[in-house]
Design a protein around this ligand. Structure first.
Ligand code: SAH
Length: 229
């Protein structure tokens, strides 16, 4: 799916307005954070940043399309309130990790985990140019190299977990690191994938629903990814 092709759309704010007009963004908070974090700082140099399309970022990875970023931010909004903890698995360019950090604020914690060290390094450079730079400096935002299927236990439990790559099944470690009352948004499947919304209820039980069908790169080992899956 693609809502527009971006002819003449060269401004981040206009991209956000498009997403509002098409009904993808209904939340003011999500509109605000997407206006605050300029997508152009996160796409490869020269790429058309504001087109509603995923884009290759090297290492067989992609930055998700703006409407997918918006959808995930909206699904997680209640779990990204000031002071909350958020985990971004497969953080890639760092775009969503930066959005999470702005939303949870300096009293909160936003953690990215990405298994390609080069992408970790470039995502940190991207974030340093963005409005989230002070949060990175102060330490409420961090990005780490590692296998995101293991989560990031150090800052657990999380109010919000986002997974940016499709898992054959939901990793147990991520379920374990979700706080009671917490929510995880994760694409699940192989060829055909559903974006699942996983809620951990206050007494610890799990409920899962499918939001929409999606196509993400796989959540896999670094070797498999670099081999081209
Ligand atoms: N949300 C990111 C999506 C990047 S694509 C963005 O919009 O920029 C998915 C990312 O998941 C890739 O960067 C890929 O390297 C990473 N990935 C895949 N399997 C992983 C794993 N097991 N652990 C950590 N990162 C992984």
């Amino acid at each position: 799916m693609r809502f527009w092709i971006g002819n003449g759309i060269n401004k981040n704010k206009q991209m956000v307005e498009h997403l509002q007009r098409y009904g993808v963004i209904s939340s003011m908070k999500v509109a605000e954070v997407m206006e605050t974090i300029d997508r152009a700082l996160f796409v490869p140099d020269g790429a058309s940043a504001y087109v509603d399309s995923p884009m290759a970022i090297g290492y067989n990875a992609t930055i998700s399309a703006p409407h997918m970023h918006a959808t995930c931010l909206q699904l997680l909004e209640q779990n990204l309130q000031p002071g909350m903890h958020a985990l971004d698995v497969g953080s890639g360019t760092g775009y969503l990790t930066a959005c999470f950090a702005i939303m949870v604020g300096p009293q909160g914690r936003a953690v990215g985990v990405e298994h390609i060290p080069e992408l970790v390094a470039s995502s940190i450079k991207n974030i340093e140019k963005s409005a989230a730079a002070p949060l990175l400096k102060e330490g409420s935002l961090s990005v780490h190299a590692g296998d995101g299927r293991q989560g990031w236990p150090e800052c657990a439990p999380y109010d919000a977990i986002h997974v940016g790559a499709a898992a054959p099944e939901i990793p147990q470690a991520l379920l374990d690191q979700l706080k009671p009352g917490g929510r995880m948004v994760i694409p699940v499947g192989n060829m055909f994938q559903d974006l699942k919304v996983v809620d951990k209820n206050m007494e610890g039980s799990i409920s899962i629903r499918s939001e929409t069908s999606v196509r993400y790169v796989p959540l896999t080992s670094r070797d498999a990814q670099l081999r081209g899956y």
